[in-house]
Ligand binder design. Structure first.
Ligand code: FES
Ligand code: FE2
Length: 426
């Protein structure tokens, strides 16, 4: 089957095979994951020389480290002798990564330092060319570190483009910016990697239905009344409520970090009120009125503003995803506030989170639906709101009501084009 047969011209119809076919998955690796900027971690996790965290670029294991020179280094975690992982800790601080098989050792920057056996042989290997494979492009914006296997990729700032406007609505609200708190939750879901992405790129419409036990109908009515979806570039998108001019500070502030504001008690409410009362000075009037919901950054990074977490949907084949999820907090908030926000995140969107479990179950069932027999002539319908998105005088990108599925259509058009570009190449 050709890629052109999987997604129709306006992407209102998407084949079930996009979600389930092994050949499609191989094209995704080459067409998307080898060429895109992929999220590796946050600088707050690797503050000191020798600090490192593990990451993945699709299925490729990567070590993100702060070098002795203070720079950022991303090395493929695979020994150049026989391929074993040289780093087995999820995070830490070290001078060397030592392979367990024959103890070749590597610097945190990925250079090969010692080969214990070489003293016994006459021809010494050239260590300079035997370092860990380097991710050729590594860049950071607002502390968010990304890597790319394509040396010729555009700059990270250009790649993110106008998504920076929407990300800064959150990041820049806090005088000290944000930090990632602790190690990520990691868990495996029997689903295709794209559905978690689509869910958070713009699908806030399922809230009152799937999550009816938690999200009251009135809250969903408010999303429908005040909610927007924005697509700044195909695959990048944001959803948010835009509170009316003059809305009381509390009404904006306590939605800012979701339930944390409501359940966290007087201290966190006072903190959020204080932040919100300076928001317009920091991010301007229109962004100060935003109560963000969910964001997506192509291809597989998500941000849940309302429960302050970043998530990456790491593919593990067409039918499995390893989900990584970090709690995100204002860097200069008191520890007691950070604890409330982290508890808020994990209660709702950690692996046992009350909302996350409902979403995960849907993702599993969608993958099963994408595998059933005799239904290939019933592609999925993505046509809600077709053609209704439009530029907005004050907001970058194309904007529409949240019921418009244009965020997903734009994603699949980019997806189709990028797969077509490598189709037929070996
Ligand atoms: S496989 Fe790493 S030292 Fe031999
Ligand atoms: Fe959900």
């Amino acid at each position: 089957m050709r890629v052109s047969e999987l997604v129709n011209e306006d992407a209102s119809l998407v084949s079930r095979r996009c979600w389930s076919d092994a050949g499609v998955y191989e094209l995704e690796k080459r067409g998307i994951f080898r060429r895109a900027w992929l999220f590796l971690g946050h600088e707050s996790q690797i503050r000191n020389p020798g600090d490192f965290v593990q990451a993945y670029m699709c299925e490729t294991p990567v070590i993100l480290a702060r070098g002795m020179d203070g720079g950022l280094h991303a090395s493929v975690n695979s020994c150049t002798h026989r391929g074993l992982p040289v780093c087995r800790a999820d995070h830490g601080n070290t001078k060397r990564f030592i392979c367990p098989y024959h103890n070749w050792s590597y610097s945190v920057e990925g250079n090969l330092v010692t080969i214990p056996q070489e003293s016994a042989v006459a021809n010494k290997p050239d260590k300079a060319v035997l370092g860990l494979k380097q991710v050729p492009r590594v860049a950071s914006w607002r502390g968010m570190v990304f890597g790319c296997f394509d040396e010729n990729v555009e700059s990270l700032e250009d790649y993110l483009g106008d998504m920076r406007f929407y990300l800064d609505a959150f990041f820049e609200r806090f005088p000290g910016g944000i930090e990632f708190l602790g190690a990520p939750h990691r868990w495996v879901i029997n689903a295709n990697w794209k559905l978690p992405v689509e869910n958070q790129l713009g699908d806030v419409n399922h809230g009152a239905f799937l999550h009816s036990a938690i999200i009251p109908r009135e809250a969903q009515d408010l999303i429908e009344e005040l909610g927007f979806s924005a697509v700044t570039r195909a695959g990048h998108g944001a959803t948010f409520r835009l509170m009316p001019q003059g809305a009381p500070v509390d009404e904006v502030a306590w939605g800012m970090e979701g339930m944390g504001g409501m359940f966290g008690g007087a201290e966190v409410q006072e903190y959020l009120r204080e932040i919100q009362s300076h928001a317009a000075e920091r991010v301007g009037d229109i962004r100060a009125r935003m109560k963000g919901l969910t964001y997506g950054i192509y291809p597989n990074l998500s941000f849940l503003w309302s429960n302050t977490s970043f998530k990456v949907s790491h593919p593990r084949g067409p039918g499995k995803v390893e989900y990584w999820s970090w709690a995100v907090v204002p860097a200069d908030a008191p520890d007691s506030i950070k604890r409330v926000l982290r508890t808020n995140y994990s209660s709702f969107f950690g692996p046992a989170g009350i909302l996350e479990q409902e979403d995960s179950e849907v993702w599993v069932q969608q993958f099963q639906g994408s595998n059933i027999d005799f239904a290939d002539d019933r592609p999925y319908y993505y046509g809600l709101g077709l053609g209704e998105e439009a530029p907005h005088p004050e907001l970058p990108g194309l904007v529409s009501v949240t019921a418009n599925e244009f965020y997903a259509r734009h994603f699949f058009r980019r997806w189709r084009d990028e797969l077509q570009a490598v189709e037929g190449q070996s």
